[in-house]
Ligand binder design. Structure first.
Ligand code: AMP
Length: 422
């Protein structure tokens, strides 16, 4: 058998890449519109980067990382998410000073050793932003509003936002302690994972799907019960901003996220699928303590999100929302001349920005016309002995079948005008 892709990884084939590029282009337009610049970091980093930032007790770090020793026995990990690397890069290259702001975005593959299923892969793609350096609720509103704009531009309807606050960096420990004391009497009834979470990251208990745990969770107070006045005010300001922008959301007092670094605002964007289940499209939040934990000598309060690109792709595909793919501008029909005669015509067309292709397998003229149609060419340019002798090429518009005859030197201008090209 020939070698196949590894479990949980997929090839994105030429039939799909145009649609992927369409999504990526819209993301870039929106990022530009919101004044964000791209950052590209390596796909593998020191394992300690993710252990320290995402947290040892999280599922990502404890179960899902692609970690291996390199040839010099250093522990390397394929990045499971983008934020940790962006923070590392900002610190390494001094991209931030006290009180300065950076608006950054990234796009690329991420790697998590999860059980592959619909919408869940081991290599998947995220695009996301990090608004670095602002403690203001306005920054939270800015990134949520960017995300909403992205969904709108894609034509994705009915995307819903779930928001919550997990408390500031300084209050997280006290909140965890309070929750632990409430959960303590039921600790023995929790599942094995939650018993671990009780010690490592007790808030994650809220997220457990095991029936026994769900019953205990139902009796717990929501996270807002534990918030101090400042955290409550920050969250209220964020909600007021979303209201002012007409962005609909649900406050979910039990929402927690799978990475340790989040503080204050957290959010998820999701869409109900035809089976009534929720597809999480994006997740994000504020991370005011992460830069300090990673060694910054000053505080760098920040907020960001990551969008799951496969999820976006699958929904757009199932709802038939991708634009119709445009074909090439021009297909050259070789009506029996040497390829040497075709080459300069092709070259001139391409040099003037007209996309052009031709037959490379010696097919008959009829088969070449079929190929031109298959490639959705706007025009066919026919070159035969007769045409060369008289310096008159036949140009056929494949949509309305109209024809023109022009000297070789006029073909480019004629096509450019017909194709509305500059
Ligand atoms: P997270 O980085 O865990 O907050 O995830 C952000 C988004 O990435 C999720 O809402 C999903 O859309 C997407 N995502 C996370 N893990 C996977 C995966 N294994 N396969 C495909 N998409 C994923």
């Amino acid at each position: 058998m020939t070698i196949q892709t590894l479990r949980g990884t997929v090839d994105i084939l030429p039939e799909a890449t145009a649609n992927w590029q369409w999504i990526e282009n819209i993301a870039q337009e929106v990022y530009k519109c919101f004044n964000f610049s791209e950052i590209r970091t390596p796909v593998f980093e020191s394992t300690s980067l993710f252990q320290r930032s995402i947290g040892e007790g999280t599922d990502i770090v404890s179960k899902e990382m692609y970690t291996f020793a390199d040839r010099k026995n250093r522990s390397i990990t394929l990045r499971p998410e983008g934020t940790a690397s962006v923070v590392r890069s900002c610190l390494q290259h001094k991209l931030i000073q006290p009180q300065s702001i950076r608006r950054l975005f990234y796009t690329g593959p991420m790697f998590r050793y999860e059980r592959p299923q619909a919408g869940r892969q081991r290599q998947f793609h995220q695009t996301g932003v990090e608004l670095v350096g602002s403690p203001q609720p306005a920054a939270d509103i800015e990134v949520i509003s960017l995300l909403k704009t992205f969904f709108d531009r894609l034509g994705l309807k009915d995307v819903k936002f779930r928001v919550n606050s997990t408390g500031s960096a300084s209050s997280k420990a006290a909140i965890a302690e309070k929750l632990r004391s409430i959960v303590s009497p039921s600790k023995d009834k929790l599942c094995a994972d939650c018993q671990k979470r009780y010690d490592t990251n007790v808030l994650r208990i809220y997220d457990c799907k095991v029936t026994n745990c769900r019953e205990i969770i139902r009796t717990l107070p929501g996270i807002s019960t534990f918030l101090g006045d400042e955290d409550k005010q920050h969250f209220q300001d964020v909600l007021d901003g979303l209201d002012a922008l007409g962005i609909e959301y649900v406050v979910d007092d039990f929402l927690v996220r799978g990475l340790d670094y989040y503080t204050k605002t957290i959010f998820e964007a999701y869409k109900e699928n035809s089976l009534g289940a929720c597809d999480a499209l994006a997740g994000g939040g504020r991370y005011d303590g992460l830069f300090s934990e990673m060694g910054s000598s000053f505080e760098v309060p920040s907020v960001g999100f990551a969008v799951g690109m496969e999820r976006i792709y699958n929904i757009l595909k199932s709802e038939d929302l991708f634009p119709e793919e445009k074909g090439i501008d021009c297909y050259i029909i070789n009506a029996g001349v040497s390829f040497i005669n075709i080459l300069p015509v092709l070259q001139r067309l391409r040099n003037s920005g007209i996309s052009a292709s031709c037959d490379l397998s010696g097919r008959a003229v009829k088969a070449q016309f079929k190929e031109a149609a298959r490639q959705k060419a706007d025009f066919a340019v026919i070159i035969g002995e007769e045409e060369l002798k008289n310096d008159l090429l036949k140009i056929k518009c494949l949509a309305d079948r109209s024809e023109a005859e022009l000297p070789i030197s006029k073909v480019n201008d004629y096509l450019k005008e017909s194709l509305n090209k500059e």
